[in-house]
Design a protein around this ligand. Structure first.
Ligand SMILES: [Zn+2]
Length: 271
């Protein structure tokens, strides 16, 4: 499932590749992914020009001049691909945006994803993106201070739940949370109120370093970028390494159930 590193990488590639291109037509194979009827979707996108592409958490925002914003969420995963003039579109695509220079941009979701469009002036009323929390890689937004404030507000929840709630911090899911908690030495079921000052500092650092490192490597090795190339991040510390030795103490890594999700922990380092 794509999380902040994969989505950020994709948005940066889209920004470089698609900026300045004008939309000529839109193909909708799967209208269930849309937030408006296909006719309105096409009308809002027609003849607009890509002004820039950004991301927040697991959502990609494509700013279209003069009036619209395309919002993309890959859900459990999928392919979002760029096609040069003359390249055929993949047979399994659920939607595609065709540019006037013959290039195209297609979307295919493995399970379910969203391709939404809103008038840019009404972006704040798009409930799914308006509720997104802090961007953990934004230096101005995600500081020790804002993180402390968040933990204080959520002190009754377990720490893993706090980290994974997209309304708190946008972009951490069940993949990257594993090594973040391990690096900070925290068991996923620790009550947030009981996390000490030094553990909070370690957790803040772990969120930043784990996500930054994965982003630098272009995201997960089993996710694809805009050019259908895999990411280079594959060396988890404890994530998905059940039974293998902990990289710090050698204790076999355990897979445990934590609410509705699975967690991978070192029972010695994460008491
Ligand atoms: Zn250990």
């Amino acid at each position: 499932m794509p999380e902040l590193p994969e989505v950020t990488n994709l948005a940066r590639q889209m920004d470089r590749e698609l900026r300045g291109r004008r939309i000529a037509d839109v193909e909708i194979v799967q209208p269930k992914c849309l937030n408006v009827p296909p006719e309105e979707f096409k009308r809002l996108l027609a003849s607009t020009v890509v002004n820039g592409v950004t991301s927040r958490g697991k959502w990609i925002f494509m700013d279209l001049e003069p009036r619209a914003t395309l919002l993309l969420n890959l859900g459990m995963g999928g392919e979002v691909l760029f096609h040069r003039n003359g390249d055929p579109l993949p047979g399994n695509h659920q939607s595609a945006i065709l540019f006037d220079d013959g290039s195209a941009f297609s979307q295919h979701f493995w399970w379910f994803g969203y391709v939404h469009v809103v008038k840019t002036a009404e972006l704040a009323s798009h409930a799914m993106t308006a509720a997104l929390g802090l961007d953990p890689l934004d230096d101005g937004e995600f500081t020790r201070g804002t993180f402390e404030k968040l933990l204080e507000q959520k002190k009754r929840s377990t720490i893993k739940t706090v980290l994974m709630d997209q309304k708190n911090i946008a972009g951490i899911g069940n993949v990257y949370v594993q090594d973040i908690l391990f690096t900070a030495g925290l068991h996923p079921l620790r009550k947030t109120a009981d996390v000490t000052v030094s553990e909070r500092a370690a957790l803040y650092g772990a969120i930043r370093s784990q996500l930054r490192n994965a982003l630098e490597l272009g995201g997960l090795a089993y996710e694809k970028d805009l050019y259908n190339r895999p990411g280079r991040f594959k060396d988890f510390l404890v994530g998905y390494r059940e039974g293998k030795p902990c990289p710090v103490c050698g204790t076999p890594i355990q897979k445990i159930r934590t609410g509705s999700t699975a967690s991978f922990i070192c029972p010695h380092c994460q008491e």
